[in-house]
Design a protein around this ligand. Sequence first.
Ligand code: IVH
Length: 688
Amino acid sequence: MTPVEALSEAEAKAELARLAEAIARADRAYHERDAPEITDAEYDALRQRNSAIEARFPALVRADSPSRRVGAAPAGGFAKLRHGAPMLSLGNVFDAAEFAEFCARARRFLGLPGDAKLPLVAEPKIDGLSINLTYQDGRFRHGATRGDGTEGEDVTANLLTLASVPRDLGGPAPSRIEIRGEVFMTKADFLALNAAQDAAGERLFANPRNAAAGSLRQLDARITAQRPLSLFAYAMGEASERVATTHWAYLERLADWGFTVNPLSRRLADAAEAADFQAEIAAARAGLPYDIDGVVYKIDDLGLQDRLGFAGREPRWATAWKFPAERATTTLLDITIQVGRTGALTPVAQLAPVNVGGVLVTRATLHNEDEIARKDVRIGDTVIVQRAGDVIPQILGIVPERRPADAHPFMMPERCPACGSAAVRPEGEVVRRCTGALICPAQAEERLIHFVSRAAFDIDGLGEKSVREFMQAGLLRGPADIFRLPAQEAAIATREGWGAVSARNLVQAIDARRRISLARFIYALGIRRIGEANARLLARHYGSFAHWRSQMLAAVQIGAEARSDLASILGIGPAIAEALAEFFAEPRNVAILDALAAEVTIADAAAEAGGEARLAGKTVVFTGTLATMTRPEAKAMAERLGAKVTDSVSKRTDFVVAGEDAGSKSRRAAELGVRLLTEQEWRDLAGL
Ligand code: IVH
């Protein structure tokens, strides 16, 4: 093989093409069929050569380069990509009469009799963002957002992190084809993302659509990789040849090529069936895992579509039958205050119960006092409620004509309703906070709920409801008390709704969590601005609990070296450093921390450089698809920690890390009694 230094530009180009293909082929064999065709060493050699050539010829890096799969952050914004065929929009109809008019127009345009059957395809209209994927010779070339319809942003690296974007069409396909679809986030994933954003003190997304757009349009594709995005494919752009004669057959081709087509899509023998389908989807809407705002109806025959063409920016062969907006008016009965984990006071509207799009709404967020003032919302007003993104009800505004004479403005309290401490609003901030930190029962309760949550101590059977119950009963005051609950097993067993079995299970769940990674431990403390990602950075930087604790105490002093060391950790910075210093400056916080540390074992994190070989001598097998890292990445990480990574499970294997769709290897592990780890357990073990 020619050494990289000796390659000409033309040779390098040809090699990169060859390598991209070979690596993609190996990836498919490994990830999709779980049947590797080459050894790991051969695979690594391919990747290494690819990287070396790219380093020497940066201009030759391909859009589908294997090195772009995890994606380095581009220097500036996104490059622009021109769509082969423009991405247009859709007209809307809102009721059966308007829909009938759409069909009548199409028939007239085609010269069909008014009673001619008009076969359609109906697809739920997902509220996400549309993207255009270009495939050349069956291989994914690049992908772009819709942009202005002519030109979008090149989000290729980000799209490559989506499992639902096929790298290869894996079958006969036109030499060049544009495939369009919608990238979206499920409602549940949206809520979880916002909770994590909130915990990390980062901005919240208004709805799943914004969350999907914000996640896809990340300059650092590694962030996109951590966001749960999906794609439904539904349309065609430019294509070098015809792939079907009906839209329905085209959807089938899409599915053959490995795309996900919305399973609720339906072929209708005639437009007359649309109203029933519309009602069916409207009824299913609230229960769907993702937001939809209507149904798209497309004339099935692609020949007719061609003849119909476009009127301006809208096709004559398709329309969106939208659901009525999910809004309603109701009376604002009262405004109450909710105190969050970090003391933030949030005004909550208490509403006369109202049905909004099939869901009974009794409360809505009013965000903060500025928001109330801006909308001039007064108690007694008639307000317009909207379920934003189908999830969190919001107050859009008031109906001024219906303001009763006795409507009265709301005053944000200057004291915390839970503990009576002063509630202050720092200059330049919109949020008023309770200053009672450690004496405020509301904050303590929210902190404990955070403490036991999934990404923190993750204690099964100890959810929000039981935490509130135990606090009320005086069984819990602070986090350390959780680990003293096992001593109360008998007392818990006699509580209403508990019993011996649930009490036993709870004790076991608590005992199972006495050992915890440093990152989770730090995150669980619920310190302002310390979300999961920052907790991981801290754990990796400081390595052990004792070291972290002593450095944080030293960092309380503004000029201290420990403070500048903290603020200089990549990704931390002064604001986060200050939040930590604030926490450690309070002796009662340190006392709570120490009481907790005495109850649990905090595992050291892998040291950043030099790497203590915490997995030294261990043999690891990875199987299935990991959600948060590629297989080569996981392997490299294990090796860095001193482990040996092998392909097959034997008695000598120490543990098997099973990702999504793990097959025979995890069964084999079970047979041999080899320890099976979930991806999260593996991440904990690796100190991530
Ligand atoms: S077809 C020319 N099908 O709706 C036809 N669009 O209002 C172009 N959308 O930009 C689109 N689900 O973002 C089509 N099944 C579906 C859709 C869909 C959602 C979005 C898409 C488009 C917008 C038009």
